[in-house]
Design a binder for this molecule. Structure first.
Ligand code: SAJ
Length: 401
């Protein structure tokens, strides 16, 4: 069995590597020649623990090779980005371009799968495109949608152990896709249709966004009411049927802050809670930035000098080194741009250097700063002692008590 993965990003590359490790002959395709070159040299261009060793193994054994152009295979996987265009409208042009690239190679009996997070109806659109260009393949190939659900940082485990939802354009397509994924997935493969599978992916991330928005809304209420939100949530969660998530400085990353817009854009009248959750989570970052600016002013008025401010954590979530789409980074940037005469120390223990920020060691910054702003709940911060003599803005629950 030969499989062609279109897109060697955060999902395409790990999936290609795991498939290759489980006996599939894999060709990985990316439009970026640098990515192709690095992959063929056994060098991982993404950040994922344990993945590089596995890449080297499959490149060395010949099970995986990368190229800028697709090759004839038995199964084709579209694992390309679906970004926004205009005002949060999903842009499926990469899925379409990848589909057009494999169109001439498709033959009877092949499997075509979309993994990219996609608006509802995308698989049907690609099916129509394929059959309009290659009408002789009608009823002769298998088409399915199968979203990924892996958590960055834990991809090797989750790619194999998570359950997956597989939605074919017909029963035969679902069965064919299940046959492929069962080569390396140990979790249960759940059957459905394309539209439900597309909506399922959007629902999972929107559900988490709504739950985080609830926690963030509580944090705003508690700030006004003088209640410790962390204690409150901990106590409420003692109820057997309550499970509130944690507030933070906003929602970042490439999925949870993005995917809900794929629903709100297509169903604006119906998706009230989903849209509102997006607004609350975006607003939380502005609110945090304003809090910092206010504390800086208060400090200056009280002490007659500009404060030293430590921004603790830049990554989009705890214990990773991924700064893309990070609310912590946005807040640090916004505050620094609006107050260029204050003294800032930027801390991110998971990276060594940054091309914009000069980084300071976390213990040194904590010692030296007058105002400490905890933006990302990295583990090392939790061992710092609470200091009454400093202004501490704990947006992510480092000192929950
Ligand atoms: N966050 C909070 N409070 C919480 C939990 C998270 O503020 O209680 C914030 C994080 O700090 C971060 C953001 O939410 O800024 C997103 O982090 P995350 O850990 O919730 O999720 P991601 O974006 O790393 O991965 C998600 C996962 N989806 C779900 O948990 C439903 C993952 O399983 C998906 O595969 C991934 O999106 C994806 O690619 O779609």
């Amino acid at each position: 069995m030969k499989a062609c993965f279109m897109g060697l990003g955060y999902i395409g590359l790990p999936t290609a590597i795991i498939a290759a490790k489980h006996g599939v002959q894999v060709i990985g395709v990316d439009i970026n020649p640098k990515v192709v070159e690095m992959t063929n040299a056994g060098k991982l261009h993404i950040i994922e623990p344990g993945m590089e060793e596995m890449l080297q193994e499959v490149v060395k054994s010949g099970a995986l090779h990368a190229s800028t152009t697709p090759e004839v295979a038995d199964a084709y996987f579209m694992v390309v980005p679906t970004p926004f265009k205009g005002d949060h409208e999903p842009d499926i042009s990469y899925v379409e371009a990848a589909t057009r690239a494999v169109l001439p190679l498709l033959k009877e009996g092949d499997l075509y799968v979309i993994e990219s997070t996609s608006p509802v109806g995308t698989t049907d659109k690609m099916k129509d495109l394929i059959f309009s260009e290659r009408p002789e393949l009608k009823d002769k190939i298998y088409i399915a949608y199968c979203p990924e659900r892996v958590l960055p940082g834990n991809v090797i485990y989750e790619l194999v152990h998570n359950d997956r939802v597989i939605g074919g354009m017909n029963e035969e397509s679902t069965t064919k896709a299940i046959e492929f994924y069962s080569q390396f997935v140990q979790g249960t493969l759940h059957r459905t249709n394309c539209k439900t599978a597309e909506m399922c992916k959007l629902t999972e991330n929107s559900s988490r966004d709504v739950q985080i928005a609830f926690a963030n809304e509580l944090s705003l209420i508690c700030d006004k009411a003088g209640i410790n939100v962390w204690e409150l949530i901990n106590l409420a969660n003692k109820h057997p049927r309550v499970n509130i998530l944690q507030p933070g400085c906003g929602v970042g990353g490439h999925c949870i802050a993005v995917d809900p817009y794929f629903i709100t854009s297509d169903f604006p009248m119906e998706s009230k809670i989903i849209a509102s959750a997006r607004n609350i989570n975006n607003y939380k970052s502005f609110w945090c930035a304003e809090k910092v600016q206010n504390e800086m002013l208060k400090f200056e008025l009280k002490n007659g000098r500009k404060p030293w401010v430590a921004m603790m954590g830049l990554a989009f979530k705890p214990n990773i080194d991924d700064l893309r789409e990070s609310p912590a980074k946005q807040i640090a940037t916004k505050v620094m741009q609006s107050c260029n005469n204050a003294q800032f120390m930027i801390v991110e223990p998971n990276i060594e250097t940054h091309n914009v920020f000069k980084l300071t060691d976390y213990k040194e910054a904590y010692e030296k700063a007058d105002i400490i702003v905890f933006l990302t709940a990295h583990d090392p911060f939790k061992s710092l002692p609470y200091r009454e003599d400093k202004v501490i803005l704990d947006f992510c629950g480092i000192f929950k008590k």
